[in-house]
Design a protein around this ligand. Structure first.
Ligand code: ADP
Ligand code: MG
Length: 209
């Protein structure tokens, strides 16, 4: 079972967008997929409710921090979206329950500053240093051939965390979510260019730990 946490204490960084996309992609692979929310924030609840029946199912899962954070039996992919203010003991409990962490970061100075303490703490966490969990950063709403992308790359060097891909700013991400869908539910050929941006992240997730 893969257990993936999407985290960044900065609100609006793209966590729920990433979480729903990975969930629908995994569902299309035919894997039993759970999309959970840490601490009953339920930020992906509306998306789950809006998801049309004819698309591969993504199951909701209430991950509670006061009990064992184990996804239901038979789960193949468990994706955890996380709320803004997660820290301390709760944060440690969540880290213990996953094998990969993905951090979306936007390339603006404000976003990078706001993410800095979190990235620092994550890079220094014992489970990360010991290789028990893998961490990847995704440049969110970043065009790869811009100065912003370069600034994000040099910012990330400090933490020795890989930036596996950039996802461009596009209206489709806003519009599909409202319909309970993601890019991965749209026609493959027509959206091949957008899908290409996700491929390095999907490859990273599937690489042997
Ligand atoms: N690549 C993108 N292009 C355009 N809009 C995006 C993109 N990623 C996220 N958004 C939008 O940015 C806002 C914040 O994203 P969201 O995933 O809700 O962040 P978080 O869960 O970290 O608060 C949402 O309105 C979302 O639709
Ligand atoms: Mg969210």
């Amino acid at each position: 079972m893969r257990r993936i946490l999407i985290a960044n204490p900065k609100g609006g960084s793209g966590k729920s967008t990433l979480a729903t996309h990975l969930a629908s992609w995994a569902a299309w692979q035919g894997w039993r997929t759970m999309l959970g929310d840490v601490d009953r924030q339920q930020s992906t609840r509306h998306w789950l409710q809006a998801r049309p029946e004819q698309f591969p199912p993504v199951h909701g899962w209430e991950a509670q921090l006061d009990g064992p954070m184990r996804p239901p039996k038979g789960t193949e992919w468990a994706i955890l979206d996380s709320p803004a203010g997660l820290h301390g003991k709760k944060w440690a409990a969540v880290l213990d329950a996953v094998d990969s962490v993905i951090v979306p970061v936007q390339a603006s100075p404000m976003d990078m500053w706001a993410s800095e303490p979190f990235l620092q703490a994550l890079a220094e966490a014992k489970v990360v240093r010991k290789g028990k969990i893998r961490v990847a950063v995704v440049g969110m709403r970043v065009n790869p051939r811009t100065q912003s992308a370069r600034q994000l790359a040099s910012f990330l060097q400090r933490f020795d965390l890989p930036c596996v891909t950039h996802i461009r700013d596009a209206q489709l991400y806003v519009q599909t979510i409202a319909r309970g869908l993601t890019l991965f539910d749209l026609p493959t050929l027509r959206y091949a260019k957008e899908r290409e941006q996700w491929q390095p992240l999907l490859d990273w997730l599937q690489a042997p730990a």
